[in-house]
Design a protein around this ligand. Structure first.
Ligand code: PMP
Length: 407
């Protein structure tokens, strides 16, 4: 059991309440509702895009974008030129990745591009599958996505810190920076040894390298980098990701993987993404001064506010802790900023199953540290939920008073 002064009738949240027929406000979240903060579903950004009204509206006629093909002269024949241009423009605007001289490969979410990158770096394959590692705590989907199809080309080998390169031969290290779940900035952990025959290869998963989550300290210039529409603008439902790739042959193989697994990527979605990216970039082009109406400023303020409120509650109840992040100079905003990650990486001071405890105690579903290759007293909580859910989460969290024996 847990010690709480849980209020069975929490006050209506002060944000985005729904109105009932009598014109009075009521919440759609009842005290019995389990708050799902397990997935990083980026619905926090919905109100911004709703407020944009018709600025991003597109009309698609029945005869538009029907072909599989966008451009047979491109190494990625299903890449819409408008989408490619929009991606390059967005990165030049934000300054988070080098795009000049690099190839763009579009994917159905960056989930597909992770698999495309593994395929490109390991095919045609040798006697043994190549080990894939990432430093713990690592993104919980990497192990499943790597091993789901029991590929003969590669296999999940766990925590990069624990990886004995000599004993395992060739490897691929996935560097997720800023890292899901703990928000830290990362560099590759396994080093290529000069006396060694084997060489490690890197995949950079930059899903969260956007100003709303972290200061942009330099444009990243790595061999394989990928980003996602889900976390940059919040449009997870469009299922769009893109990879920025230095080597032409690797880019070709990645495109081949996407061709074989889904025969390209929705053109409707590519155009929608291009439109939305264009609206963001136009905003910055037309407005040089700092403006809280612009997408990244708006979302930076949102995330800052959420983190301040969360830290205040966590400090007050003094049972849990959150990582501390150093301020760094952000080239995009021209200010020293603290990171405000997409997930809270909550640590319990006692060694308990924190997922079970929080679910039993305040009906909040997070994801246990065990799924990220670490301990059960860690819990990942999404910071990207709707306002109403986030408000209820803080309210419930603040009622926890103690962890009693047996929790
Ligand atoms: N990488 C990381 C680190 C993520 O957190 C996610 C989404 N949770 C993805 C990749 C995949 O995102 P998507 O397939 O929506 O592009």
């Amino acid at each position: 059991m847990c010690g709480t002064d849980h209020n069975p009738n929490p006050a209506s949240p002060n944000k985005t309440p729904s109105a009932n027929g009598n014109g009075t406000r009521r919440s759609s979240v009842s005290p019995d509702t389990v708050l799902n903060l397990e997935q990083g579903d980026p619905t926090v950004f919905e109100p911004y895009w709703k407020k944009m009204g018709d600025k991003c509206t597109m009309v698609i006629s029945g005869g538009q974008w029907m072909s599989y093909v966008s451009d047979f002269t491109n190494i990625c024949f299903f890449l819409e030129p408008e989408f490619e241009d929009a991606v390059r423009r967005l990165h030049r605007t934000v300054g988070n990745a080098v795009v000049d001289g690099h190839y763009i490969v579009v994917g159905t979410g960056s989930t597909q591009l992770y698999q495309a990158a593994l395929y490109a770096l390991t095919s045609p394959g040798g006697a043994e599958p190549i080990s894939v590692v990432s430093a713990a705590p690592y993104y919980s989907s990497y192990p499943d996505e790597t091993d789901y199809l029991r590929s003969g080309l590669y296999r999940w080998a766990g925590d990069a810190y624990a990886f004995d390169k000599k004993g395992h031969g060739d490897y691929i290290e996935v560097v997720n920076t800023p890292n899901n779940p703990d928000g830290t900035n990362r560099k590759a952990v396994v080093k290529n040894r000069p006396d060694d025959q084997v060489q490690g290869k890197l995949i950079h998963d930059l899903a969260y390298y956007w100003p709303q989550y972290t200061p942009i300290t330099a444009p990243v210039d790595e061999d394989i980098m990928y980003f996602t529409f889900s976390k940059s603008t919040g449009h997870a439902g469009s299922r769009i990701g893109w990879a920025i790739v230095k080597d032409k042959e690797v880019a070709k193989k990645m495109a081949k993987f996407v061709e074989l697994s889904s025969l390209g990527v929705s053109k409707d979605s590519q155009h929608r993404a291009a439109k939305i990216m264009g609206v963001i970039c136009d905003g910055y082009q037309n407005c040089k001064a700092k403006n809280p109406e612009l997408f990244f400023e708006h979302c930076q303020n949102l995330m800052t506010e959420r983190w301040e409120r969360l830290r205040e509650v966590v400090e007050r109840i003094d049972i849990f802790s959150l990582p501390k992040y150093p301020k760094e100079y952000c080239l995009f905003s021209g200010e020293f900023n603290e990171p405000h990650p997409a997930f809270a990486w909550l640590k319990c001071k006692e060694d308990i199953d924190l997922e079970k405890f929080i679910r039993g105690c305040i009906k909040v579903q997070g994801r246990t540290g065990r799924k990220f290759g670490t301990d059960q007293n860690y819990l990942r909580i999404s910071m990207l939920s709707k306002d109403e859910v986030f408000d209820h989460f803080l309210e419930r969290l603040s009622t926890i008073k103690a962890i009693s024996n047996g929790h």
